[in-house]
Design a protein around this ligand. Structure first.
Ligand code: ADP
Ligand code: ASP
Ligand code: MG
Length: 422
């Protein structure tokens, strides 16, 4: 007997037929004598629809009310799944975030999970009743409903598994594991049997949305055994094993790869400030007001300073911000124009960040140069670069995303012999 948290994503919950097949899968685990708690997402597309309602109602919506609206998609699916389970003879009930409760920070729209009261869940398990918990939602101090940021149901599931000391956290989604890159872009992407927490964290943070970044960080910290699996398999539950996220010590030498995967992210926008004076404190005058406004700056490039005529030396500074924060960033910069002393704020939302990730980079040179050469041969221009110990990222034109991911996947020898069937 094992204690399992099962999480089902939006595609798996999209419609009653699919909810029925999710219920059947849960029943198999339950009948095998396992203790089961389930975390669900809203139906695919529902959260986008709810977000758009808020934007339509007012561009300056109250984030506390936004959370009330967008958390509702999960309320619907948790109730529906409990009904579907009961209909096939599995005792079940839904537990909304505020009913348990799942305590979070008050960072509305991207709250962090604090503590989960497991009293009700433990009682439910002891009683052989399946608890169905809506992902993505929680309760802030002051008893206001919160949400955990897009894709946050993964984090709900991992937090639940940690709180319940579950043996496993199984994340069921619409692909059958973590691949070397998004299999929807590169059909020859290869499924990874195992990936380390660290690599998965880096892949997720640079755009591999198969798991929310925070969920991986939490799994790593709490040592939760996470497995990514497909919920679309035959009735008997025969599926190819998915991907296990493990500690580095569990990866055998044979399995170790120089490059683990490639990810892309189209949700960043580029800003270039021209003719910023080249003097101490100039960079701080740009990034401090952005930080104060809660805007996350990602890539930064500062060009070599040059003097024009008798004017003091100046330089262009290029950086990226989330596309959703572009308008706000330009507003913040405009308000600080005098303090910064720039000429123009040029901006371009049509960029994409492409990242190559792998722990093997620590001990091998040449990963970055291969990336630049491969892109250069295809005429793809690199607009900015950042690196970490196990990652190299470049910024390119958005229209070249798919091409860049495909040629890099081939260049690093990641292509599978057969196209994926996921
Ligand atoms: P869910 O609704 O189940 O949470 P998501 O849409 O959030 O599903 O995440 C699954 C999607 O992640 C897949 O459909 C796939 O297109 C995308 N994806 C991006 N990168 C990868 C990767 N490296 N491996 C697997 N899937 C990936
Ligand atoms: N429904 C939420 C979203 O679409 C949370 C999730 O699916 O993980 O972002
Ligand atoms: Mg998701």
């Amino acid at each position: 007997m094992a204690r399992i948290v099962m999480k089902f994503g939006g595609t798996s919950m999209a419609g009653i037929e699919r909810i029925r097949s999710v219920a059947a899968r849960i029943k198999r685990e339950w009948e095998a004598g396992n203790e089961v708690a389930v975390v669900v997402s809203a139906m695919a597309g529902e959260t986008d629809r709810l977000v758009n309602f808020c934007r339509e109602a007012s561009s300056l919506y109250d984030p506390r009310e936004y959370d009330v609206v967008v958390s509702s998609g999960e309320q619907v699916t948790s109730g529906l799944l409990a009904i579907a389970l009961q209909a096939i003879g599995v005792p079940a009930r839904s537990w909304l975030g505020w009913q348990l409760p799942i305590r979070t920070s008050d960072g509305h729209g991207s709250a962090r999970i604090g503590e989960i009261d497991t009293t009700a869940l433990s009682a439910s398990m002891a009683d052989r009743t399946v608890a169905v918990i809506p992902g993505f939602q929680g309760l802030a101090p002051g008893e206001r409903v919160t949400t955990l940021g897009r894709g946050g149901s993964d984090t709900s599931a991992v937090a639940m598994a940690a709180a319940m000391k579950a043996d496993r956290c199984d994340i069921y989604t619409d692909v059958d594991g973590v691949y070397t890159t998004d299999p929807r872009i590169v059909p020859r992407a290869r499924k990874l049997k195992r990936v380390t927490y660290e690599e998965m964290l880096e892949l997720a943070s640079v755009g591999a949305k198969v798991l929310q970044t925070r969920s991986v960080g939490l799994a790593m910290k709490e040592n939760v055994r996470v497995q990514v699996l497909s919920s679309f398999v035959d009735e008997d539950g025969n599926s190819e094993p998915g991907t296990l996220i493990v500690g580095e010590e569990e990866i055998g030498d044979m399995e170790r790869q120089l490059i683990t995967g490639i990810a892309h992210d189209k949700n960043e926008a580029k800003i270039t400030l021209t003719n910023v004076p080249d003097k101490p404190g100039a960079v701080a005058s740009i990034f401090s007001p952005l930080a104060d406004a809660g805007i996350n700056v990602d890539m930064i490039v500062q060009n070599v300073a040059h003097a024009t005529g008798t004017a003091p030396k100046s330089t262009d500074v290029t950086f990226t911000v989330p596309t959703a924060d572009l308008a706000r960033s330009l507003d913040v910069l405009e308000k600080s124009r005098e303090a910064i002393g720039f000429d123009a704020a040029l901006h371009d939302p049509r960029v994409a960040k492409i990242s190559v990730v792998g722990v093997g980079m620590r001990s091998h040179a040449g990963v970055a140069s291969k990336m630049f050469t491969t892109l250069g041969e295809r005429g793809i221009n690199v607009q900015a670069i950042t690196t970490s110990e196990i990652k190299v990222s470049v910024l390119i034109h958005e229209d070249e995303t798919e091409l860049a991911v495909r040629v890099l996947h081939t260049a690093y020898g990641l292509d599978a012999e057969e196209p994926a069937t996921a």
